[in-house]
Design a protein around this ligand. Structure first.
Ligand SMILES: Nc1ncnc2c1ncn2[C@@H]1O[C@H](COP(=O)(O)OP(=O)(O)OP(=O)(O)O)[C@@H](O)[C@H]1O
Ligand SMILES: [Mg+2]
Length: 323
């Protein structure tokens, strides 16, 4: 868990980039920071791994004030994909993505398979690309390597600053899907900066909307669309998008489809009642299971079943179908 307590940042020239920020980022969540250019997204992110110092307030990770942790140690446990790629030009792709595991004293054999798997996942054939240098790759390919590098070591926290911005729309959608599935499987805490509202709505568990260094709203994608906190939020999302999403069943939460009668048997898969139908189906498929236990306010309230949700998505009346 990452906790911001009354965090402010004023740069030496007097620019107040962040004003009294309070934020709880839960473990295993994907949180999207979004807002107009210059609103403080990158600054917020860089304060987490102390690439930027805090002027006042504290940031705690798992209850520990980050100010007291050595920078090197802090950064080794926090993966980071920067806005402008940031691969080391004199190292091959293989060396770039293996750098952190190597620094941690791991042997090549221990991380090689993982690196190959991830390269394949982002559509880069390891045999073709591993021995190349960053400049021998296109901008979009380099960006994919940046993503692989952040994931290769499986740090508990990953910071991603507009990681997909240089990609074409198709690769971008693919990587969004892959990141989301990966995150649901490996349960990493991911802080993801984007200025693309559709991207945030698609992949985030929670969205933090910033304007001029001040948080305007913290909400799940569904909450944000249903109850924009103010006119700025509403106009930043856009009226058309609000209508489109609200008319889309898959964005509804599973709340109305919880089976409360069936006593949930032991099940290692749990999902929060506020999760959308789409995300829940994605989670069930990713985990190769037909049902999950539903948690609401830290209590088990029932279970959800894949068939029921698929029926809702397909517009099928399940009772009718079972006759
Ligand atoms: N080193 C610096 N010195 C002074 N002001 C800075 C410095 N770095 C950033 N700022 C200012 O702080 C504010 C927030 O910048 P930040 O980079 O966090 O914005 P951002 O939300 O990431 O924007 P973008 O979407 O364009 O990447 C901006 O007004 C920026 O000009
Ligand atoms: Mg930025």
């Amino acid at each position: 868990m990452i906790v911001f307590k009354n965090v402010s940042k004023t740069f030496p020239d007097g620019t107040e980039a962040i004003k009294d920020m309070n934020l709880h980022i839960k473990e295993g969540q994907l949180v999207a920071l979004i807002g107009p250019s210059g609103c403080g997204k990158t600054t917020t992110m860089k304060m987490i791994n102390r690439l930027i110092s805090i002027t006042s307030g504290t940031i705690e990770i798992d209850g520990k004030d980050t100010a007291g942790v050595k920078e090197v140690e802090l950064r080794r446990n926090i993966g980071y994909v920067i806005q402008r790629i940031g691969l080391f030009p004199h190292m091959t792709i293989e060396e770039n993505v293996g750098l952190i595991p190597k620094l941690k004293g791991k042997k090549k054999a221990e991380y090689q398979d993982r690196v190959n798997e991830l390269l394949n996942l982002v559509g880069l054939d390891p045999d073709t690309y591993k021995k190349r240098y960053p400049l021998e790759l296109s901008g979009g390919q380099q960006q994919r390597v940046g993503v692989v590098r952040a994931l290769a070591d499986e740090p508990p926290i990953i910071l991603m600053d507009e990681p997909f911005s240089a990609l074409d729309p198709i690769s971008r959608e693919q990587l969004q899907d892959e990141l989301k599935q990966l995150q649901m499987k490996i349960k990493k805490t991911i802080v993801f900066v984007t200025h693309d509202m559709d991207e945030a709505l698609k992949i985030a568990d929670e969205i933090v909307l910033l304007k001029d260094g001040v948080i305007q709203q913290i909400a799940s994608p569904e909450q944000l669309l249903r109850e924009p906190a103010n006119d700025f939020v509403r106009s930043f999302i856009g009226e058309e998008r609000i209508q489109t999403y609200l008319n889309d069943h898959s964005r509804q939460s599973i709340h109305a489809y919880i089976d409360k009668a069936a006593k949930p048997h032991h099940n290692e898969y749990t999902i929060d009642a506020s999760t959308s139908i789409k995300e829940t189906v994605r989670y069930l498929i990713a985990n190769k299971t037909d049902s999950a236990v539903v948690i609401e306010n830290d209590k088990v309230t029932g279970s959800v079943h894949k068939d029921r949700l698929l029926a809702v998505l397909a517009g099928i009346d399940e009772e009718e179908a079972l006759k």
